[in-house]
Design a protein around this ligand. Structure first.
Ligand code: ADP
Length: 408
């Protein structure tokens, strides 16, 4: 103790020039010396602080920690900052606590050990740190809020874009459909003006001639012309029906309705109508195995399909040929075969035969629109069936349709 007393003047001289607080304690933790800055920091006069236990300057709740810390420090040697990374607190005379940073330096004079503490009041620094932390937290919060808002806006925009895309594609496909329908109508108009000419002029001629056969013995001739008229009207009706069917299919408006019906009734009707179109010496051989058979299918579609195929068979065969209708009844499906002895389909045309408006070159001199098979195929597939054909040029063709019985 005395050793330090001896040098106190030098201490005072040196320590007053330092801006940090300086405090020296001995091994018993008695305060040996303080500089002016320390006194000012803790609010004591020199005489009130010197000779007191260090605990005077430490808040009560920190006494234990401080003591342990200083002890462990005294055992080890060397200079270091006290409780680095942790906030320490000092206690002013007024009892107020305040944050401090402390650097400890051990030394000894005349065999006595002392510790010199360099003390900095970091109240301002802590306050700044706190403010910075608070600002950072506010900033963070703002960023999060803005990010959330942005995310919401982006999500909204994405949704809107999607909706617009959907709307746009709907409009596009509606426009496309509209365009296709318009094309279809234009095509049909040119087709009508071309295809209707021959049957219409046939009807006109026959109608004119019928009027000229006034006598009873001319009945046969009259009937011939009446049949020509009926045939012509059937032909025109067929083309119109095909077109209406095509339009309904194009617009997606075709509705299928499945009912239970007698197969022979439909086949009879179809054959009855087809008989009127037969050429001289042509004959339709009716299937023998369909009496009492009932199936569940779309009756109108079956009639349309058979009518078309039978009409083609008649049209593309010459006089004095037979047309066979064969029916194959299986467990859950039914097969129809329309067999003719006609002109056949050229090899190179076969892959196009179901395309709309396609007509094989050997058929060009015969009346037709190239719509029928296209519609037939679409309907058959829509009701769950399939259509195929085989043909030998010059010998004849077989068109086969397989339909499921269907369920009610
Ligand atoms: P259209 O008979 O009005 O021309 P379809 O779509 O019914 O139209 O037939 C398309 C084409 O298929 C016909 O033009 C013809 O070349 C060919 N075709 C269809 N059925 C037969 C058949 N039974 N015999 C020979 N060719 C046929």
């Amino acid at each position: 103790m005395r050793g330090f007393e001896k040098n106190k003047k030098i201490f005072n001289l040196l320590s007053e020039a330092v801006s940090e607080g300086i405090l020296v304690i001995n091994q018993e933790r008695i305060i040996m010396a303080t500089n002016h800055r320390t006194n000012e920091m803790f609010g004591y006069e020199d005489k009130d602080i010197n000779g007191n236990n260090l605990n005077l300057l430490i808040p009560d709740s920190f006494h234990k920690v401080h003591n342990e810390y200083v002890e462990s420090f005294s055992k080890s040697s060397g200079q270091r900052r006290m409780a680095h990374g942790r906030t320490l607190y000092g206690k002013r005379k007024s009892g107020e606590q305040f944050p401090i940073e402390v650097g400890l330096n051990p030394f000894s004079i005349d065999g006595e050990s002392y510790v010199m503490a360099l003390i900095i009041d970091v109240t301002g620094k802590k306050e700044q740190e706190r403010q910075i932390k608070e600002l950072n937290a506010q900033l963070q919060q703002k960023i999060e809020t803005r990010t959330q808002e942005l995310e919401q806006t982006v999500a909204k925009l994405t949704k809107e874009i999607k909706l617009r895309e959907v709307a746009e594609s709907k409009i596009k496909s509606a426009l496309q459909k509209e365009r296709e329908l318009n094309e279809l109508k234009t095509e049909f108009l040119s087709l009508v003006s071309h295809e209707f000419k021959t049957p219409l002029s046939g009807i006109l001629t026959s109608a004119t001639l019928v009027g000229k056969y006034k006598f009873e013995n001319q009945q046969e001739k009259r009937e011939k012309h009446l049949n020509t008229i009926i045939g012509g009207v059937h032909l025109l009706t067929g083309i119109l029906n095909d077109f209406l069917s095509l339009e309904r299919l194009e617009k997606g408006k075709e509705v299928y309705s499945y009912t239970k019906f007698s197969l022979s009734k439909v086949v009879n009707e179809v054959v009855y109508n087809a008989n009127m179109q037969l050429k001289d010496g042509q004959k339709i051989n009716y299937p023998e195995n369909i009496d009492e058979v009932e199936i569940i299918q779309d009756e109108r579609i079956l009639s349309l399909v058979l009518t078309n195929l039978l009409h083609n068979a008649i049209k593309y065969s010459s006089e004095n040929t037979d047309i066979d209708i064969k029916v194959e009844l299986r467990a859950d499906e039914i097969g129809f075969h329309i067999i003719d002895q006609g002109i056949g389909i050229p090899e190179k045309s076969r892959k196009h035969i179901f395309k709309r408006y396609f007509r094989a070159e050997n058929a060009l001199l015969i009346q037709g629109s190239g719509i029928g098979l296209n519609i037939v195929k679409e309907h058959v597939e829509n009701v769950g069936g399939n259509i195929s054909f085989s043909s030998i040029i010059g010998k004849g063709s077989v068109f086969s349709v397989v339909l499921p019985f269907g369920t009610l």
